[in-house]
Design a protein around this ligand. Structure first.
Ligand code: FAQ
Length: 311
């Protein structure tokens, strides 16, 4: 009976039918989605920190207003995603606990520092650019609530990517110092952006099953390649150099070939030893502790309302 259900489930997925919260689903499918969606949500929330760092120091009122709006968008993405995860029967408290205890991951990219204003350009251009490349196919994910959340998220991310590129364009057309800042930011963000797509296909433990369930539509390496192919002409347009001596156009394949990723660095960051891992988690812990009074007040209010109703 269990086997027949599994077969029927796979047939529905193969027929491109969306799986909805109240439908039967294999436990492993539910677990995979909770893992991926919650880690995605945590990434949006932790991802506010490196950019939030520059809100008070944006170079003009216009830049500040744009950056504020962008960081607020990321908070909204986190909230949609936590809600999508909750439809799978996990509570928000549990998810927060998993982040704060270090049990749940968040994207490696947010463990790097934003050292200059140009980093805000590079993050928008490359980090949001990589995020869209990964998320557009998630709009067709087999799990309905995740797929639908991704549609709006992708629209906002593509605006974010353009605002980042526009900062890079202004800097690269500016004076020598501004151009140097833009190049320096590209040098520091390029390789970590490529790592966002995850381990190589050979080392990706979850890919095969997630592709079969149509949670993932492309492999980590396929998306990474699409990102490189899209980004090289953009760097050329900016007049900046991608920091990779092995980067070259392969006419026959119709793709850019690129150098070896430093996987040791990637795994170190995942293990909690990147440049800002401790700082990022400490900031989240601090924010959670500072919000304790709000949760207590909400609980006290709910108890009072319940007591009044009972009376
Ligand atoms: N960082 O077997 P796979 C954003 C983990 S965009 C950290 O390949 P899977 C927007 C992976 O979780 C960033 N961990 O795993 C924004 C697994 O560990 P686990 C967020 C990583 O799931 C922009 C293990 O390695 N986007 O926030 C990373 O099939 C600007 C084995 O890997 C998403 O989360 C990594 N880079 O594929 C916000 C997109 N890569 O869970 C603010 C949704 C892998 O067993 C500012 N997620 N790991 O402990 C996905 O598409 C997938 O989960 C992948 C990984 C592709 C990330």
């Amino acid at each position: 009976d269990g086997a027949a259900r599994m077969v029927a489930f796979q047939q529905r997925v193969d027929a491109e039918e969306k799986v909805e919260p109240k439908d039967w689903m294999p436990e492993a499918y539910r677990k995979t989605l909770i893992r991926q969606i919650s880690q995605h949500a945590h990434s949006e929330i932790v991802g506010m920190l490196p950019e939030g760092n520059w809100i008070t120091r944006a170079p003009s009122l216009r830049r500040k207003a744009i950056l504020l709006a962008k960081v607020q968008d990321e908070a909204g993405h986190g909230l949609y995603l936590y809600s999508a995860a909750e439809t799978l029967g996990v509570s928000r408290d549990e998810l927060t606990e998993q982040l704060l205890s270090g049990k749940a991951k968040y994207s490696s990219i947010f463990n790097y520092p934003t050292l200059t204003w140009a980093d805000i350009g590079a993050v928008g251009w490359l980090v949001d650019g990589a995020a869209i490349m990964n998320q557009i196919p998630l709009c067709r994910c087999s799990y309905g609530p995740y797929a639908r959340a991704m549609v709006k998220v992708c629209k906002e991310e593509s605006f974010h990517q353009r605002q980042g590129f526009e900062i890079m364009l202004s800097l690269s057309r500016g004076n020598a110092e501004q151009k140097r800042m833009a190049q320096d930011a590209l040098n520091r963000w390029w390789w970590p952006a490529l790592m966002m797509f995850g381990p190589s296909d050979a080392d990706s433990e979850h890919s095969a099953q997630s592709m079969a369930w149509k949670i993932k539509r492309f492999s980590n390496d396929e998306l990474r390649q699409k990102f490189v192919d899209a980004s090289v002409p953009q760097a050329e347009h900016l007049g900046l150099r991608i920091p990779d001596d092995d980067l070259q156009w392969d006419e026959e394949a119709g793709h850019y070939r690129f150098g070896e990723i430093n996987w040791q660095e990637f795994f170190d960051v995942l293990a909690g030893n990147g440049p800002c891992n401790r700082e990022r988690l400490n900031r989240r812990k601090e924010a959670h502790a500072n919000g304790a009074w709000v949760r207590e007040a909400a609980r006290a209010y709910a108890a009072k309302q319940a007591a009044r109703k009972a009376a």
